[in-house]
Design a protein around this ligand. Structure first.
Ligand SMILES: Nc1ncnc2c1ncn2[C@@H]1O[C@H](COP(=O)(O)OP(=O)(O)OP(=O)(O)O)[C@@H](O)[C@H]1O
Ligand SMILES: [Mg+2]
Length: 605
């Protein structure tokens, strides 16, 4: 984030001014979702066909049959008139009923399509590696899946059916109009070329303005998410005013973007109405001259005027439709950008298997070079081996690349050079299931899910019996604080676990890591957290937990470091020193020895 004019600007480098996919690609994609609901579509199609029949027959019955009969003075044709009007009424009643069905089935289809798109997006989000999330803000992604999909929903379930039926009517009316009178039809269609030119002229600008609105609402959502998650810090710094002002800025920008879009579309719609009025006037004038010269009758002209209304109402709707369409395609474009994001750590096409063994695996880093940005190297030509059942501690200053090693080992990222192997097999050749299931991680910042404490410990492994969970928790000393909670292990942890202390969260994460008896344990130790008494308890538990496992512990506490068979001192992504505790301590002026002295000095003062 950069500070600009007192406001945190949240420019996303991945944001673009225009859409990434063409309309054609987007519509094809949308169709692939819609076509899953063929049955509903069939019902909609039949109902639309009926609407077309009514659209053609209605004006014909009223104007040509009824009106012409009256003008022709055929009063004994009165039954004919009544009959025509009765038929007209029946047609419209049936049309009303089928229209109801049509709306209903369109809704079913639309809602399902939206649900499918949201589900696919969520599945994709679960698949994307942390690399994606470090480049995209959560709030923004949420906006894609909520606001943008909502825009799509409005289009698919509401606007599309409306305009679709309008256009079916138009398409069926035109040949019929030609049949009634070619010259009047041509007069009615005089307005079409200006309409086409107008649409083309406005299209680009309206589209750009809608891309802008989608972008702005995403920023508003991102700010909202940030505002909520950061509220404690904001309040403690009494920065509410500034945060509110920041929000005002993006909120107003969103308003402005929407107003700009509305201004353009209302201008468009006003011009369309003007053209319509002109068109109708033209038909009246031309129709009258035809009637006066006896070349046609009044009924036909009236029928034409009715047809023109049927003709124009979808075109007028077209402007709202156009808004909705633009919102929808730009929204879909964003969702598609998520759906089509290439997975940075692709699973292997033909996964290998690890050699059968109940032994904890051996892990090798071989000349691994890695940077989150390829130009900023974080891990430099790093090689080390962790033997089966060996406990290796990684220590080093903040930013040295310790957590990055864990990220690589879990294959959240792939190295730019070199390879990481488990029992000699490159982890890129293993299915995620195969190697991640062997490992358990206690991350540096504890992450808990909404749900009970027991479910959080057991996370996703339903087959672990309650007793095992309780036993693990007891060993780690969770019992103490859990028993003080009103519902014990069934206590629900709220969103972002604000009802627990940091140390308690860490303990739960620790329990989660070891309850499944993993072959490899990875511990990214947080510096703070638990009190000395609990710390001793964790040390004891760790001592037991590490037995018979391959382990990497990123250690900040000396008590943890002492548990290691070997210690790697990391600095700037390179191994600086390596050896057992006593070996490292015996290096004169060694980095580890100095660090130890400093911690020890701090502990006694
Ligand atoms: N997602 C990321 N995107 C870009 N750079 C990152 C990312 N995560 C970490 N870095 C950078 O990589 C370097 C190593 O970070 P890392 O998290 O591995 O440090 P660490 O040794 O675990 O530090 P600490 O002891 O503070 O946890 C740092 O310079 C950091 O700025
Ligand atoms: Mg770290």
């Amino acid at each position: 984030m950069t500070v600009g004019g007192g406001v945190f600007s949240i420019a996303d480098p991945s944001e673009r001014k225009f859409k990434k996919f063409s309309d054609r690609e987007l519509i094809r994609k949308l169709l692939s979702y819609i076509l899953k609901y063929r049955q509903n579509l069939l019902i909609v199609g039949v109902s639309l066909a009926f609407a077309a029949v009514v659209g053609v027959a209605g004006p014909y019955l009223v104007a040509i049959v009824a009106l012409n009969d009256i003008f022709a003075g055929k009063f004994w044709g009165y039954t004919g008139v009544v009959g025509a009007i009765a038929l007209y009424a029946v047609l419209y009643i049936v049309n009303y009923l089928t229209e109801n069905k049509r709306t209903y089935h369109m809704q079913i289809m639309g809602q399902n399509v939206i649900q499918d798109i949201r589900r696919d997006a969520f599945v994709k989000l679960q698949e994307l590696s942390p690399a994606y999330y470090s480049k995209h803000e959560t709030g923004r992604i949420m906006s894609y899946i909520t606001n943008d999909v909502d825009a799509l929903a409005d289009f698919v379930t509401f606007q599309l059916p409306l305009v679709l039926s309008g256009f079916v009517v138009i398409i069926s009316i035109i040949p019929w109009m030609f049949y009634l009178s070619t010259s009047l039809t041509l007069a009615s269609l005089v307005v079409v070329p200006p309409l086409v030119v107008l649409t083309l002229a406005f299209q680009g600008r309206i589209q750009t303005s809608y891309v802008e609105t989608r972008k702005k609402i995403a920023i508003v959502t991102a700010k909202l998410a940030e505002g909520i998650s950061g509220v404690r810090v904001t309040q403690s710094f009494v920065e509410e005013d500034r945060v509110n002002k920041d929000f005002d800025v993006v909120n107003t920008e969103n308003l402005d973007a929407n107003l700009r879009a509305v201004k353009l579309t209302s201008m468009f719609s006003a011009i369309v109405q003007l053209i319509e009025a002109g068109g109708i006037a033209l038909v009246i004038w031309y129709g009258t001259t035809l009637v006066l010269s006896g070349r046609t009758n009044a009924g036909t002209v009236v029928a034409f005027l009715l047809y023109m209304t049927a003709f124009f109402s979808p075109i007028i709707q077209l402007t709202t439709f156009y808004n909705s369409y633009q919102s929808a395609v730009t929204g879909l474009d964003r969702v598609m950008q998520v759906l089509e994001t290439p997975i940075e750590v692709p699973p292997p096409g033909d996964p290998k298997r690890l050699p059968e063994s109940s032994e904890p695996p051996r892990i090798d880093f071989r000349h691994v070079t890695f940077g989150y940005e390829p130009s900023v190297v974080v891990i430099k030509d790093l090689s080390f081996t962790i033997h089966s059942q060996e406990v290796v501690a990684i220590v080093g200053p903040t930013g040295a690349g310790k957590s990055s090693i864990v990220n690589l080992l879990l294959r959240f990222y792939d190295p730019q050079r070199g390879q990481i192997t488990m029992d000699g097999v490159d982890i890129r050749d293993l299915s995620f299931e195969e190697f991640r299931r062997k490992m358990s991680v206690v991350p540096q910042d504890p992450i808990l899910f909404m749900g009970s404490i027991i479910d959080n410990i057991r996370y996703g492994r339903e087959n672990i019996p309650n007793e095992v969970v309780f036993e693990t928790a007891r060993k780690l000393g969770l019992d103490d604080f859990v028993s003080r909670l009103s519902k014990g292990y069934d206590t629900i942890i709220n969103e972002s676990a604000t009802n627990l202390s940091m140390g308690q969260k860490q303990l739960i994460c620790f329990a989660r890591a070891i309850v499944g008896d993993p072959r490899v344990l990875i511990l990214d130790e947080a510096t703070s957290g638990v009190d000395p008494v609990t710390e001793i308890q964790i040390q004891k538990a760790l001592d037991i937990a590490l037995k018979g496992r391959t382990a990497i512990i990123i250690a900040h506490r000396l008590s943890t470091i002492r548990l290691a068979d070997r210690i790697i001192v990391l600095r700037d992504g390179r191994i600086f020193e390596e050896g057992s505790f006593s070996e490292l301590m015996s290096i004169e002026n060694g980095a580890f020895a100095k660090m130890y002295a400093m911690q020890f000095a701090r502990a006694v003062t």
